[in-house]
Write a protein that binds this ligand. Structure first.
Ligand SMILES: *Cc1c(COP(=O)(O)O)cnc(C)c1O
Length: 405
């Protein structure tokens, strides 16, 4: 029997082709080797698998359904559009899929505390939720600028019992939060585990987070088959770091007939600094401990990035996405701010689902693609999260179309 793609990638050093690896300071080599070893043992342990299954079913709300977007499909007048409803997870997005698993892993390793960075606060809230459930301490590092900007999520983390540590150096945003979290982790790798929030960072995180998110794709494949009696022709997800995309792609990666699209944010336009379309405009480089494609400034440092979707404005991308694009297995689509907001309102008004602005990028691309395809074709969109967190921003900057009051 041929080994599946997922079993044979990455290689034992954490490489997907030339992308991935672990570029870490010597003091972190042992803790990362311990995590790799523990994961290799645990991933096949019946106790670990049972516990994960239990919390997914009885706490998180899995399986999440697939919804046929009938009205949106009619509106576009082409391929049938289906939505994998990750917005229905507890806490409102796919992030809990890997956070619950990371915290179970930490618990099995005998750790007392989980540490992470957060940008907009979404990963911090999901990890704080998982830590509360499993009774571990949680320490979230966040740039001072982001703390001011994303105040509701800061309050959520605190209510959930987490400690929020401000990163006060440099630009005081995500990069500084990563530095600060790593520093804290280096001081206490015995009692603490670092929990990365996407398929990024040093090996084994891109692999582990993908495996934890693959539940999306495996469920979706079965559910779609139940509804349509076949595989979807196209699968679409937005890409920041790339965890929700890898999660849904995982279910279909060995099915060559299924087109896989990752959608990147084009923000306000093509000029550097106005977007976060890393796979489209980036080049090979190392940052945050792994080799991938990144957006660089004139000095070769991570470039400033922008998107209306605060969870997808990252100047690098998971190494597996760089690899899958290079070998031609996945395609990369683009969606700008205005298209995302249009999809945000369309999905709300036609289907009664307010999507996260990140997820709206995938919906917008699906709408564009659907119009080019026949009615016998199908598109499955990963709706990574709900949009409650975005309503204040959208309403302030973009008037409601067809407002009835
Ligand atoms: C964080 C987030 C994303 C981006 O993360 P990926 O790792 O690229 O999936 C997308 N959608 C939502 C709703 C998020 O919260």
């Amino acid at each position: 029997m041929e080994t599946s793609y997922l079993e044979s990638h990455p290689d034992e050093n954490g490489y997907f082709g030339k992308f991935g690896g672990a570029y870490i300071p010597p003091v972190l080599e042992q803790p990362f080797a311990d995590i790799t070893q523990a994961y290799a043992e645990l991933k096949n342990s019946p106790a670990f698998i049972e516990e994960l299954k239990y919390v997914r079913k009885h706490y998180q709300g899995r399986p999440t359904p697939i919804s046929f977007a009938k009205n949106l499909t009619e509106h576009c007048g082409g391929a049938k559009i289906y939505l994998k409803r990750e917005d229905l997870n507890h806490t409102g997005a796919h992030k809990l899929n890997h956070c619950m698993a990371e915290v179970i892993l930490a618990k099995h390793l005998g750790k007392k505390k989980v540490i992470a960075e957060t940008g907009a606060g979404q990963h911090g809230v999901a990890l704080a939720t998982a830590a509360a459930y499993f009774g571990l301490e949680c320490e979230i590092h966040m740039g001072e600028v982001d703390i001011a900007k994303e105040y509701p999520n800061v309050v959520r983390m605190k209510i959930l019992g987490a400690r929020v540590v401000p990163a006060t150096h440099g630009l005081k945003t995500l990069k500084e939060a990563v530095d600060s979290a790593f520093e804290a982790y280096i001081k206490d790798p015995v009692n603490a585990m670092y929990c990365i929030g996407s398929v990024v960072g040093p090996h084994p995180f891109p692999m582990m987070v993908r495996d934890f998110q693959s539940v999306i794709g495996f469920e979706a494949k079965e559910q779609f088959h139940e509804m349509e009696g076949k595989l979807p022709d196209n699968v679409i997800a937005c890409i920041g770091g790339g965890s929700n995309a890898m999660g849904i792609f995982a279910g279909f990666i060995d099915d060559a007939a299924v087109n896989l699209y990752g959608v990147e944010p084009l923000g306000r336009g093509e000029a550097l600094g106005n977007h976060a379309a890393t796979l489209t405009y980036g080049e090979e480089g190392i940052m945050h401990g792994f080799n991938s494609i990144m957006l660089k400034d004139a000095n070769g440092d991570p470039a400033p990035v922008y998107s209306i979707g605060s969870g997808i404005d990252y100047p690098s991308v998971g190494p597996e996405h760089a690899y899958l694009k290079e070998i031609g297995r996945t395609k990369v689509g683009l969606c700008n701010d205005d298209e995302a907001v249009d999809a945000f309102y369309k999905l709300s008004q036609l289907e009664g689902i307010i999507p996260a602005l990140e997820s709206a990028h995938a919906v917008a691309y699906a709408m564009k693609l659907a119009k080019t395809l026949g009615k016998e074709k199908t598109i499955l969109v990963n709706l990574s999260g709900r949009g409650d967190k975005d309503i204040d921003y959208v309403i302030e900057h973009y008037p409601i179309p067809n407002a009835k009051f």
